[in-house]
Design a protein around this ligand. Structure first.
Ligand code: DMJ
Length: 575
């Protein structure tokens, strides 16, 4: 874009220069515009011809010649006119050169998406993500095929549910990245090998967002009904979790036996977990025509909506499955155990066609609650960050998980929520980027503590126990939303830096990427030997979408991403 002052220059000069009526002024402007549209050569020739005609006219006029012949002479007159012409051309060039350059720049900027160099630039970044995915997949395929997670350092695998978690989480990423061969192979495994008829305990939330969400999303992208059948199977096997006295679900389900239970040490569930399974179960009801899934998860939302114990719309982290009340009250965070409650309020409202007002009200209230209780500025750089509240005491601690928030705020603003949400999104996006940029490896720690005291020389402090990086997606996710809505290339650039640092410090030569223990030690980031399934399901997918300049690649007006980056359709209005 041109700086506005340059564009204004022409219209300002024109409007100030004459005392014409509007139509005269318009004609004058339009003549001026036509004149400006001629090339420099054309304009010089016209001026030169006019001058020549003038000189010839004077030379052949007997009165003027008679008068001037004795005073300046014809020769002097010609020289004078020539000098005048040259000086006019020069001063004209001097006066408009900026404007001419500006219009060149204008063309470049407006056509930037089609400019071959910029297309090649974007394509090379997209290819870099595909390459990263293939590298991660190579490790998974060679050493962990069909298992939950790759352990890339020991070239082995780890099991959590024993359901091929990474493979399922990565299905729609492969589809979006256009990795057809890899996708076909994975599809075969799902069709032939994946069985949910297993005596295993799974976490309701994790298997909903990764497995049910992944299968539903892949069904929508591909139209392949095999994925829908698998989604129905896991969805119905998870339903026993809702058989509690309060109807607030247990955290764990045995999908083979059809039994559910809380963790061994408590009868509580996590608030974020029970309120971040709604997008998936609501969609399952829509696809199957069976309302039981939707009814179960909406009951949870209804109860949480009415519960005491919130502070300005902010929720505690735990809820009891017997009595349905919040427990461990007084602690408020946008990080672990509460984060996606806020995300799903907004996203359910969007998914359902913006008619469920309670969800919107709770979301708007919560954003005000964040502003009032959790937002502060760091020193020395004045970064806006989201801290935590513990029994009235503010703590300047911010989880990397909180970095989903800029993206969510931007999404809300895109759907007509107050514009100051977008302003806040921009500020928080800068902070999340700085959580990477201020570390020696250029990778964010799991948890940052922001300095607020005068005289501090750095904004971010990291406790020794918080120095790990699990290849999490939240910052890249938000960068994607911010770029989609603003088209500001700095967000792509920030993402590019982060991808390069993942490649530098977490890429394992034999295949795969690894979580690391120390983002502050570039000489020894200390690999953890684990590649989380969300690195393929979310982080790499959001990188790809961030570097793509095509707003229709998973349009945000048609899809809503679940909290594991699996796009689900926004329902047609009638539904
Ligand atoms: C993912 O499983 C989801 O994004 C979840 O909402 C939070 N934790 C991880 C990624 O960090």
């Amino acid at each position: 874009m041109l700086p506005p002052s340059r564009r204004d220059f022409v219209s300002l000069t024109l409007s100030e220069s004459g005392s014409y009526t509007n139509s005269k002024q318009w004609r004058r402007q339009s003549c001026w515009r036509k004149w400006k549209q001629l090339s420099r050569l054309q304009r010089s020739l016209i001026l030169f011809t006019l001058m020549l005609l003038l000189v010839c006219g004077i030379a052949t006029s007997p009165t003027l010649i008679g008068h001037w012949r004795g005073e300046i002479g014809l020769h002097n007159l010609m020289v004078c006119l020539l000098l005048l012409f040259i000086s006019h051309v020069c001063s004209w060039r001097g006066a408009v050169i900026e404007e001419e350059q500006a219009s060149d720049t204008d063309t470049k900027d407006t056509d930037i998406q089609d400019d071959p160099a910029s297309l090649a630039h974007a394509e090379s970044r997209l290819e870099a993500v595909r390459e990263a995915f293939r590298h991660a997949w190579k490790g998974y395929k060679n050493f962990a095929w069909g298992h939950d997670e790759l352990k890339p350092i020991s070239n082995s695998y780890g099991e959590w549910f024993g359901l091929g978690l990474t493979l399922i989480d990565a299905l729609d990423t492969m589809w979006i990245l256009g990795l057809k061969e890899e996708f076909a192979e994975a599809r075969e495994w799902v069709a032939r090998e994946l069985s949910f008829n297993k005596n295993v305990d799974v976490n309701l939330f994790e298997s909903t967002i990764r497995i049910l969400g992944g299968l539903l999303s892949t069904y929508h992208l591909t139209g392949d009904s095999m994925f829908l059948e698998k989604a129905k199977d896991i969805g119905s096997r998870l339903m026993p979790a809702f058989n509690t006295a309060s109807k607030i679900p247990y955290s764990d389900v045995n999908i083979g036996k059809g039994t559910a239970h809380p963790p061994q040490w408590t009868s509580d569930s996590t608030v974020a977990e029970v309120t971040s399974i709604q997008l998936e179960f609501r969609e399952l009801s829509r696809l199957t025509g069976d309302p039981k899934y939707k009814l179960a998860v909406m009951e949870v939302m209804k109860q949480v909506h009415k519960l005491d114990g919130k502070q300005d719309g902010l929720v505690p982290m735990f809820i009891n499955t017997h009595n349905g009340l919040f427990t461990h009250q007084g602690i408020y965070t946008l990080g672990a155990r509460a984060d996606s409650y806020y995300e799903y309020l907004l996203k359910q409202w969007i998914q359902g066609g913006k008619t469920e007002n309670e969800l919107l009200d709770d979301y708007l209230l919560a954003v005000e609650g964040v502003k009032k209780n959790l937002l502060k500025k760091s020193t020395p750089s004045d970064l806006t960050f989201v801290g935590e509240l513990s029994h009235g005491h503010f703590s300047p601690k911010m989880d990397h998980l909180v970095c989903f928030l800029p993206g969510t705020l931007a999404l809300g603003a895109h759907y007509g929520l107050p514009t100051d949400h977008m302003e806040l999104a921009k500020q928080l996006m800068e902070t999340c980027y700085q959580m990477y940029a201020q570390m020696e490896t250029g990778l964010s720690p799991e948890i940052a503590h922001f300095n607020m005291h005068e005289g501090s020389t750095q904004d971010v402090d990291v406790k020794i126990a918080d120095r790990h990086n699990l290849l999490r997606p939240e910052t890249v996710e938000s960068l994607f939303y911010m770029y989609r809505f603003t088209e500001d290339k700095k967000y792509q650039q920030w993402g590019w830096e982060i991808l390069q640092n993942f490649n530098k410090y977490t890429r394992v030569p034999t295949g795969g990427y690894t979580s690391i223990n120390n983002v502050r030690d570039p000489a020894n980031p200390n690999p953890r030997d684990k590649m989380e399934s969300f690195f393929l399901g979310e982080t790499l997918k959001y990188f790809y979408l961030l570097f793509s300049n095509d707003p229709n690649l998973i349009s945000l007006d048609k899809y809503i991403f679940n909290t594991e980056a699996h796009p689900l359709p926004i329902w047609p209005q009638a539904e």
